[in-house]
Design a protein around this ligand. Structure first.
Ligand code: ADP
Ligand code: MG
Length: 212
């Protein structure tokens, strides 16, 4: 049987403490299935319904991997909407709060670009954003992703439905090939399978069947 205790994951003690102060006592099924492979550095496709705890599954991976002393964008999380990006950034900050100097920056459309450029000049460890605005910053030369070692596509099915495929391709082109790629989705249609084949290396599948 899969072990559902976070302590089985060999996490940094600060992360374990944060998990327990958030009231996360045991892993959800998708976390139990995907976290060991995520923490082992493998490419993972995780499919599970909304509310199954996918954010913490990749959030722990990002935080465990992060080199806080290196103030560069090391992880990029792409989300379909600003609301989701804000939620993801909030959860990553909460999971990482005992390590004080972690900077998580959100870059989404629908808000002015100027202040984002200012924030980028100050630097960040983790960027969470929507594909259109991230691609925009890459084109402007205000964001560099050449030190990214982890890429997360969150709600990949919705990003494709929203027409972000071209922006995704443009972004992925600017990230080193030697990286860990994680893809999270509520559904796993053929378009997602095709993008996974293009951008991932020997991905492991973590699927939790819907109960209804
Ligand atoms: P998904 O991305 O799969 O839709 P979320 O990551 O948004 O799901 O998580 C849904 C809710 O479950 C959030 O409120 C989150 O705080 C909570 N949660 C995540 N993991 C755990 C856990 N291991 N124990 C308790 N609550 C959790
Ligand atoms: Mg989610």
């Amino acid at each position: 049987m899969t072990n559902t205790s976070f302590s089985s994951l060999n996490l940094n003690p600060d992360l374990l403490e944060n998990l327990s102060s958030l009231g996360y006592d045991t892993m959800t099924p998708i976390q139990a299935l995907s976290c060991p492979d995520i923490l082992a550095g493998k490419d993972v496709i995780a499919q599970g319904k909304t509310g199954s705890g996918k954010t913490a599954a990749f959030g722990l991976g990002l935080l465990e991997r992060l080199d806080v002393g290196r103030f560069r964008v090391q992880s990029l999380v792409l989300c379909p909407t600003r609301e989701l990006a804000d939620q993801v950034a909030k959860e990553i900050r909460a999971l990482g709060r005992r390590r004080h100097n972690i900077k998580v920056l959100t870059l989404c459309g629908g808000v002015a670009v100027g202040p984002q450029i200012g924030s980028l000049e100050h630097g960040a460890h983790i960027v969470v954003g929507t594909p259109g605005r991230i691609a925009d910053h890459l084109e402007r030369g205000t964001l560099r992703l050449d030190e990214v070692t982890m890429l997360v596509l969150d709600e990949a099915d919705r990003m494709l439905e929203m027409g972000f495929e071209k922006a995704l391709d443009a972004i992925i082109d600017r990230i080193p090939k030697k990286r860990q790629t994680l893809l999270f989705s509520a559904t796993y249609p053929s378009r997602i399978q095709a993008i996974a084949r293009r951008i991932m290396t020997e991905p492991v599948m973590a699927q939790v069947a819907s109960t209804h």
